[in-house]
Design a protein around this ligand. Structure first.
Ligand SMILES: NC(=O)c1ccc[n+]([C@@H]2O[C@H](COP(=O)([O-])OP(=O)(O)OC[C@H]3O[C@@H](n4cnc5c(N)ncnc54)[C@H](O)[C@@H]3O)[C@@H](O)[C@H]2O)c1
Ligand SMILES: [Zn+2]
Length: 362
């Protein structure tokens, strides 16, 4: 088992990564908290797959363990679901020393973490992420919240978990499309911060959808180390470092928005965005052509798209302007300088973006 510390001035915590460690949840929790009650929050399909293991493990805490399910899907990541969950928490008489355990992907984690943040002004919660995306990204960093009908992730808080328990074994039940979705984020970490990770993925490019156990554990650990390093230097996204993680998404978010969040999964849009960003970087002579090619090959090997059809470059450029994270009308991009190294560039001329987009639009 690996332990990665997210070292914060207040509320620092550990991320544990290891095969089979959900069975050890009680041992991980008990040195930190003797909860009065526990509530596991998950959705019906994850409950069916992994609920029993988690509840059996938590029984070792020798307190009441309740289970609440919320409906599956991003369309339920809203205040109505949070309110229903809060009703259940009041009904179960959770108090300040009770523990919420989030068992699920990014949707469950964001909702349960937010409910923990606002119930009695904050009770402890543990993240047990069950998708690759949640294991390498959403369960770490304390961003919790829900969507507003007019904008994604508009309502939320920064609220750190007591610990994060990552068991790669639970991914064996994850459908391939969700593995690919998470792999886009894994490749993203390689591109922005870890050439070694990128090289490792290249060496196993024939089996990215089903990495063998030891390798998968290593890959997840490396991603967690990168996210932890970024988060601990800029926990509330004030110095600009953490916003690197957003600007990597500048083009991906624009693609999701012009296709109404329907045509592409987040990971697919991220993949196309990574490709477009490296083309901008190459056009600006920041990135050698060879590095751009390597990214293209790795994304394709992971079953991810690197081109886009049926969308005009102008609509993407307009969507980039509307991105809520663009500051004062200026666009901001994270562009690779080499594999593993990026720079933040502002005010990229629309003509340059257009040139790059023309190369990916088919
Ligand atoms: N908080 C953050 O920092 C942060 C970062 C990135 C993304 N997010 C959020 O994460 C969400 C996306 O998360 P996601 O990609 O995990 O999607 P998700 O939570 O919707 O999970 C995808 C699907 O996989 C199923 N599933 C989960 N684990 C499974 C398993 N082990 N076996 C079989 N099926 C399983 C789920 O029921 C769901 O149908 C978005 O709402 C996004 O905004 C948050
Ligand atoms: Zn992402």
């Amino acid at each position: 088992m690996h332990k990665i510390r997210v070292d914060l001035e207040r509320d620092g915590y550990n991320i544990f990564v290891g095969y089979g460690i959900i069975s050890d949840l009680a041992e991980l929790i008990s040195p930190l908290l003797k909860p009065s009650r526990v509530m596991v929050v998950t959705n019906p399909s994850i409950d069916e797959l992994h609920g029993v293991t988690v509840r059996e493990a938590l029984a070792q805490l020798h307190c009441d363990v309740a289970l609440e399910t919320i409906p599956d899907g991003e369309q339920h990541k809203n205040m109505a679901t949070v309110e229903r969950l809060l009703d259940k928490m009041v009904g179960a008489r959770l108090d300040r020393s009770s523990l919420l355990v989030s068992l699920g992907g990014g949707v469950v984690g964001d909702i349960a973490g937010f409910a923990a943040a606002i119930y009695m002004r904050g009770i402890p919660y543990v993240q047990v992420p069950t998708t690759l995306l949640a294991q390498v990204d959403s369960a770490i960093g304390g961003k919790v919240g829900v969507d507003h009908p007019l904008a994604k992730n508009m309502i939320g808080a920064f609220y750190q978990p007591l610990l994060v328990c990552i068991d790669p074994a639970v991914l064996s039940s994850l459908p391939d499309k969700h593995v690919r979705n998470g792999m886009a984020e894994v490749i993203k970490y390689g591109v922005i911060a870890d050439e070694g990770l990128f090289g490792l993925l290249e060496r196993h490019s024939n089996s990215l959808e089903r990495l063998d156990a030891g390798l998968l554990e290593d890959v997840i650990k490396r991603c967690c180390q990168i996210k932890a390093r970024i988060v601990q230097q800029d926990v509330r996204e004030t110095t600009g470092l953490r916003s690197i993680l957003n600007y990597v998404h500048t083009i991906g978010h624009a693609i999701e928005s012009v296709t109404d969040y329907k045509r592409f999964s987040h990971g697919e849009a991220v993949a196309i965005g990574i490709m477009a960003s490296s083309k901008i970087a190459r056009i600006l002579k920041l990135l050698p052509e060879e590095a751009e090619k390597r990214q293209n090959q790795l994304l394709i090997a992971a079953g991810l798209p690197t081109t886009l059809s049926g969308v005009g470059s102008q609509s993407i450029i307009e969507a980039i302007k509307l991105d809520k994270k663009a500051s004062a009308g200026q666009n901001k991009f994270v562009l690779p300088r080499s594999i593993g190294r990026v720079v933040v560039k502002e005010n990229i001329p629309p003509e340059t973006i257009e040139l790059a987009l023309k190369e990916i639009l088919t």
